[in-house]
Write a protein that binds this ligand. Structure first.
Ligand SMILES: Cc1ncc(COP(=O)(O)O)c(C=O)c1O
Length: 396
């Protein structure tokens, strides 16, 4: 029997979300998640994925994944510390370390798990974390899990960061102080001011942590935001995901060998959760190999994103201040945002609305994610549809 109190909690809150336009419907997708997507029998131009380089459906990755199933089976079997580490996981970590330009790498089951794992392995209740106010939910949750004092920093405000770092360090209240930021902010596409952050960190001996989920495969010719700024030796934690540009699933932290050693003995999702499957590890390794060999996909991604941005901007949409392929169309009101996304969908573009709590209230947007796999024809068609629906709704 369902608990009455649970039932009324769920009923009331789901209704409330629906009334406020904050209830997100999840669409069932038939077939692969590529530059086009099939939803309810209708083919749409897909501008909603994080599959930046189109690798999620790449034939070369599919082939190594199939081979890994043949050679290693479908599951990793157990937690790595209990049942040993598959050679495929070791290969993946070595390849990622080469790609990121760090001494070592530890891989996890997801990007979200990395932030659950790595922050709390190092920070505790006697420490403080300076966290950008627009950091991703997984950073926020990872910081909370550590029980460290969380000090919110105004978004990319270096004066605020410096003042708060000074205050925290000079208070003498904390054993360690960390500064943590997204490399690329996922809802706006702006890039963290890593050189200034590193300078402040050096001045106050802060631990530095960059979540590069949206920078890897995109900036630094694919190697990420930290490499883009040439600061691999100055950032303690470079976290990344294998689920976005790499096209597969999993996450990793890159850094000095002693840090990775510590995470292998102290980070709980590594110690208590089974690693990604052999096929995932092999496919991710292949993806990284491809990015080391050639920047072709990365260049195509930037060409496509410049093209789409230009097209939407010329139509008169507010595309914010993105410096990366992430292209928001800021609408504002939550209900209008959802209506806009729905109309785009009806006309053939799959671009999801993003509303509170993912972005602040009143900052609803439709977020477009162009990829290397889109053709010019697809982007032209998408821009045409934006024009039609934007005019119809009086947005441009
Ligand atoms: C900044 C950031 N960090 C972490 C994650 C989580 O990554 P994953 O999907 O691999 O769990 C995301 C994904 O949305 C993200 O945008």
């Amino acid at each position: 029997m369902t608990s009455k109190v649970l039932h009324s909690f769920l009923e009331e809150n789901i209704m409330d979300l629906k009334e406020r336009g904050l209830y997100n419907e999840i669409d069932p997708v038939q077939g692969a998640n590529g530059p086009t997507i099939n939803i309810n029998g209708k083919e749409l131009i897909n501008l909603s994925s994080n599959n930046y380089l189109g690798l999620a459906t790449d034939e070369r990755l599919k082939e190594v994944a199939k081979n890994a199933v043949d050679s290693h089976g479908v599951g990793a079997g157990a937690v790595r510390t209990i049942n040993g580490t598959l050679d495929l996981h070791i290969k993946l970590e070595e390849k990622l370390a080469e790609f990121k330009g760090t001494e070592a790498v530890i891989s996890y089951q997801s990007g979200f798990n990395c932030n659950m794992a790595a922050i709390s392995a190092v920070m505790d209740k006697n420490d403080a974390i300076l966290s950008d106010e627009l950091n991703h939910a997984s950073i926020i949750d990872g910081c909370r899990l550590s029980k460290a004092k969380i000090i919110r920093v105004n978004h990319s405000d270096m004066e605020d960061l410096r003042n708060k770092a000074k205050e925290a360090v000079e208070s003498g209240q904390y054993n360690k102080v960390m500064v943590i930021t997204d490399g690329v902010f996922s809802m706006d596409g702006d890039v963290a001011k890593i050189p200034e952050i590193v300078e402040i960190a050096e001045e106050f001996d802060l631990i530095t942590y960059v979540d590069d989920a949206h920078g890897s495969g995109v900036l630094g010719k694919g190697a990420g935001t930290v490499k883009h700024f040439g600061l691999q030796d100055k950032v303690d934690f470079q976290m990344g995901t294998l689920s976005k540009a790499i096209g597969v699933i999993g996450g990793y932290v890159a850094g000095k060998a002693e840090l990775i050693d510590w995470l292998k003995v102290r980070s709980r999702p590594f110690l208590f959760s089974t690693a990604v499957s052999p096929a995932d590890a092999a496919a991710s390794t292949k993806a990284v190999d491809l990015l080391i060999e050639s920047t072709e996909l990365n260049e195509k991604l930037w060409q496509n994103s410049d093209y789409l941005k230009e097209g939407l901007k010329n139509l008169g949409f507010d595309i914010g201040n993105s410096e990366t392929p992430i292209t928001p169309c800021v609408i504002g009101d939550e209900n209008d945002t959802q209506k806009f996304s729905k109309r785009l969908n009806e006309e053939g573009v799959y671009a999801k609305s993003i509303v509170f709590p993912t972005v602040p209230r009143g900052a609803g947007r439709v977020r477009n994610m162009p990829t290397a796999a889109h053709t010019k024809e697809m982007l032209d068609k998408a821009i045409e549809i934006y024009k039609k629906v934007g005019k119809e709704m009086g947005l441009i």
